[in-house]
Design a protein around this ligand. Sequence first.
Ligand code: PLP
Length: 395
Amino acid sequence: MSTGTESNTFSIDFSERLKALPPYLFIEIDKAKRAAIAAGRDVINLGVGDPDQPTHPHIIDAMKKALDNPDNHHYALDAGLPALRQEIAKWFQGRFQVTLNPDTEIYPLIGSKEGLAHLPLGIINPKDKVLLTEPAYPAYRPAVEFASGKVVYFPLKASSEFLPDVKKIASMKDFKAIIINYPNNPTAATANKPFYAELVTLAREKGFIIVSDMAYSEVYYDGVKPPSILEIDGAKDVAIEFHSLSKTYFMTGWRIGWACGNPTLIQALAKVKSNFDSGVFQAIQVAGIAALQSPPDLIEDMRSAYQERRDYFINGLRSLGWKVPPPKATFYVWAKIPKGFSNSMETAKAFLDKADIVATPGLGFGGAGEGFIRMTLTVSKERINQAIDRLRKIL
Ligand SMILES: *Cc1c(COP(=O)(O)O)cnc(C)c1O
């Protein structure tokens, strides 16, 4: 104990929960990337999960107007503007034909990641098991572990289209919740209604919670719309689903999304959040309403632009003898590493060192991601073309 007179030898240490996080795998690649950029090399970044297009002007205009209104300058209501929740309900009805009660079944978030990170604190007790499909979006694991839950991994296989086998889930014991994510980052897989129906039936029988992350609900191709789990009868008894304006409306930096579904799960999340934040900046909520009211052709244009890039990229890769299945949704291409490479880190390193291309090693999404590499469609066709030319030289 310090008396205040001796020299201060007190050292600051991270908490055990922080120290228990997995090591950050990309330090070396990140360093190499920064060095490449600093050295003036023309780096093509296929690593970022962030749309390259700016937010639509009508959303920015709504924000500008909202900023001039002093009513929007105060602490927002935790549950957000009723008008926002009503607009979300309307959007959900139109998109999924699911009726949500705006007062009890919808809750606005400072981005869906925020909600996903906070939910476990409201529903997980120490040592409760939570099933995570793997490879997975890296934010799920710390969310569970910060709440003292225990993560149990469920590997997703290419041979079953990266969908978990519900019969296998049925054989697993004593878990409190499962987190699923379709359309999936990083595998680009989609789920169908029969899968959701089976999972909901099992959850109701066994009594576990389903957390569905649907950040990519609108980034789909070939006209095949991904369903929401809430379309399944009885899903609202067991499921909460997370939605985001980030990817759909090119609004990643704005931080707005929502949770919807089971009212008790919504209440748990709301109560946790009320102790951490004070809601979404109201001007952003107003902009969010404008986003949700966007004419459908804007979203259609987003999809066709990505679809064009996808086809271009996949055909280019095929021309190199690298056969990669085209994603059905999301802006990710999830590819088995090309012949001649032994693992995903080595592949990513070679792409950067020899072709000035940033790609994400599959290992970064968990052990089950090894053997794959993730590349994004968030660069122009011209850049995709250049990337193919550069890969031609090294593959
Ligand atoms: C981008 C992303 C999110 C986070 O979206 P925000 O709403 O911007 O927080 C959530 N889940 C997955 C799988 C993502 O890729």
